[in-house]
Design a protein around this ligand. Structure first.
Ligand code: ADP
Ligand code: MG
Length: 627
């Protein structure tokens, strides 16, 4: 289908005003005889309306929505769809790019015409399924190159969307730009966020089917496959199973929303091998593949629901009879760009990476050439990990769409030319996609696996709780032993104290006993002595009595006389006492009288002085009175 033609220079007169700065020129081959007009076509007119792009995509053959019907299950050969996208020139490119234009796009005929470098004669024309100018929006690219494949994947087909082109041509931008948005798709969102959004939107709207979407993310770096969602898994092996090739042991993570998908992509991107080169500040040093697996299963449970569904879908109920699961796999391949070491300035490890990338891209080119040529029977898929993995996408069970990214500057003309050649070769490839129907066992297996995982988790929880209980038990035992030890210590302490107390008590007891004994003995002694003294006194009194009895006069004293005598003695004593007192008073009186006499004479002296004083005083008065 692809046609390459060399256009003579006289048929393509160049308009000097239409240089690349304004930007890539668009020509209409039908009107080649009016060159002036054909170069001034505005790029703004080139944004492709959605309806049109959908119509074009139908050529390629979207599966429609009757996914469960058996017609879809039959394979039909389809050509790989190729879209060319020219990115806008950077500021530097705009500044540096002068001279006549070298690239012409015709979005009507979907042709790209390249003028060979340094030649005004040689033009090479390519035709593709779609050609997108620099003004094309991300949504246009998605609609033109990806949407149909995504819809097919939702219906159980395998699909591959692949970006090819030199480093810096816009592959990563086309596929996965604006991942950092963290979820929602924005106007600059690339094919990956848009595909995920389409899948989840459609799955959410479909009342009859339930969808299960899982995602894997791998990179091929220096011919080694690494799981970007589990980066410790490097050098993973490719195996071949009933459903084609697959990466053994790759992590498949269930995703339930666009946000989940974006989070995983951002997670994977952290381990992606990127580095700075002169051609691109974030040059991919590896090929990356995002794999979205969509499983679709009818929700119906009863035969009435089944009949209703068949009626609604306008298919025979036998087509919705068995509990089948449609499994579509979407491969989103961001190829590392080919690069010339001279231009990229890569050295050392960067140069090795570039060589490894170039080698695998050469191998990809060889496989495509071989597959495109019916005469060649051997296709060297096994020569590189990339071609081995893309084996199905390059002519097997897959619907494949290729985006060729082009940089719009003459410096990369050779690379652009080679990319366009690659694209036009790819247009010759046909694939044989079939609906992948798997019996319920896949779901059962997954459910079983989920149950096993759940049980495992429960078991782990139980084990953890048993372990923690064990630990608690051990701790309790330890604390019990500690408590017992403390009790033992306390008991010993108490015994020691008891013993000491008893000892002290015993000592005290003995000392009290001794004291009591002493007190008792001393009391007894005193008592004894008193008795003895009393006895002595008694004896003495007895003796005295005896003596008195012996010496007692014979006559009895008259009591009254004695009394009188006694009274006389007392009177005498009183008399003596009063006389002594009177005598003392007399002495005192004599002193007082003495004092009285002295006072009288003093008064007389005082009176004499007063008289003298008056006398002297009066002597002066008459003089005074005479006056
Ligand atoms: P590649 O992956 O092919 O090496 P990138 O996708 O990383 O190249 O693009 C290189 C630079 O060009 C990036 O800064 C990117 O944002 C920018 N770019 C590429 N294509 C476009 C486009 N269509 N519109 C705007 N910028 C673009
Ligand atoms: Mg890239």
């Amino acid at each position: 289908m692809a046609s390459i033609s060399t256009v003579p220079i006289d048929k393509l007169l160049l308009d000097p005003s239409s240089v690349l700065r304004k930007p890539v020129n668009v020509i209409s081959p039908k009107r080649r005889k009016c060159p002036r007009e054909r170069f001034v076509q505005s790029m703004e007119n080139l944004a492709i309306p959605l309806g049109q792009s959908e119509k074009r995509l139908r050529l390629y053959g979207a599966g429609g929505d009757g996914a469960m019907d058996s017609e879809n299950a039959t394979s039909s050969a389809e050509r790989v769809r190729v879209t060319v996208r020219v990115r806008p020139p950077t500021r530097v490119e705009q500044r540096e790019e002068d001279g006549p234009p070298f690239i012409f796009l015709d979005t009507e005929k979907n042709t790209v015409i390249l003028r060979r470098r340094g030649s005004f004669m040689d033009f090479t024309e390519f035709q593709f399924d779609a050609v997108l100018p620099p003004t094309a929006l991300q949504v246009d690219v998605y609609n033109m190159a990806a949407r149909a494949v995504v819809l097919d994947v939702l219906n159980g087909y395998n699909g591959t969307i692949m970006a090819y082109g030199q480093t810096g041509a816009g592959k990563t931008y086309t596929l996965s730009d604006n991942l950092t948005n963290g979820g929602g798709v924005t106007s600059v969102g690339g094919i990956i966020p848009r595909s995920a959004a389409e899948i989840f939107d459609r799955a959410g709207l479909d009342q009859d089917y339930e969808f299960h979407v899982s995602m894997s993310y791998i990179q091929i770096y220096m011919e080694q496959i690494q799981d970007l969602l589990r980066p410790e898994s490097c050098n993973m092996q490719i195996r071949e199973g009933m459903n084609g090739v697959y990466v053994s042991g790759v992590e498949e993570v269930q995703v339930k929303s666009v946000e989940d998908t974006m989070k995983l992509l951002m997670l994977g991107d952290r381990h992606r091998c990127l580095s700075f080169t002169k051609l691109n500040a974030h040059s991919s040093r590896s090929h990356t593949i995002v794999i979205l697996t969509v499983e679709k299963k009818a929700k119906y449970k009863t035969s009435e629901q089944k009949a209703e569904l068949a009626d609604r879908r306008r298919v025979s109920s036998c087509f919705v009879e068995s509990e089948r699961v449609l499994v579509g796999k979407l491969f989103l391949v961001d190829l590392a760009g080919s690069e010339r070491l001279k231009k990229s300035g890569s050295e050392g490890i960067r140069a090795s990476e570039a060589m490894s990338v170039n080698l695998s891209l050469t191998c990809l080119g060889k496989c495509i050439s071989a597959r495109a040529d019916p005469a060649i029977t051997h296709v060297p898929f096994r020569d590189s990990k990339l071609t081995r993995l893309l084996q199905e996408s390059l002519g097997g069970n897959a619907k494949t769409s290729l985006v060729i990214n082009i940089a719009p500057c003459s410096e990369y003309l050779q690379e652009s030319m080679s990319s366009l050649h690659f694209g036009s070769r790819a247009m010759k490839l046909t694939t044989q996609a079939v609906v992948n129907v798997e019996e319920e066992f896949r779901v059962l297996t997954r459910n079983l696996q989920e149950t096993v995982n759940l049980q495992d988790e429960k078991l782990q929880h139980l084990e953890a709780s048993v372990l923690s209980k064990d630990e608690q038990l051990v701790q309790a035992q330890q604390s019990l032993a500690e408590k017992a030890r403390q009790v033992e210590l306390l008991r010993e302490e108490q015994n020691r104290f008891n013993h000491k107390f008893m000892e002290q008590l015993r000592v005290k007891d003995e000392s009290w006993k001794n004291r009591l004994e002493n007190v008792r003995s001393s009391a007894t002694n005193i008592h004894q002595k008193r008795i003895e003294n009393l006895q002595d006194e008694l004896t003495r009194l007895k003796n005295a009595e005896n003596q008195y009895a012996l010496s007692r006069p014979t006559h009895v004293i008259n009591n009254n006389a004695a009394k009188d005598l006694a009274a006389q003695i007392i009177q005498r004593a009183y008399k003596q006492h009063y006389v002594a007192m009177l005598y003392k008073e007399k002495k005192k009186l004599e002193v007082v009288v003495g004092y009285q006499l002295m006072a009288n004479s003093a008064v007389r002296v005082l009176k004499g002085i007063q008289l003298l004083d008056e006398l002297f005083t009066r002597k002066n008065f008459p003089k005074l009175s005479l006056r």
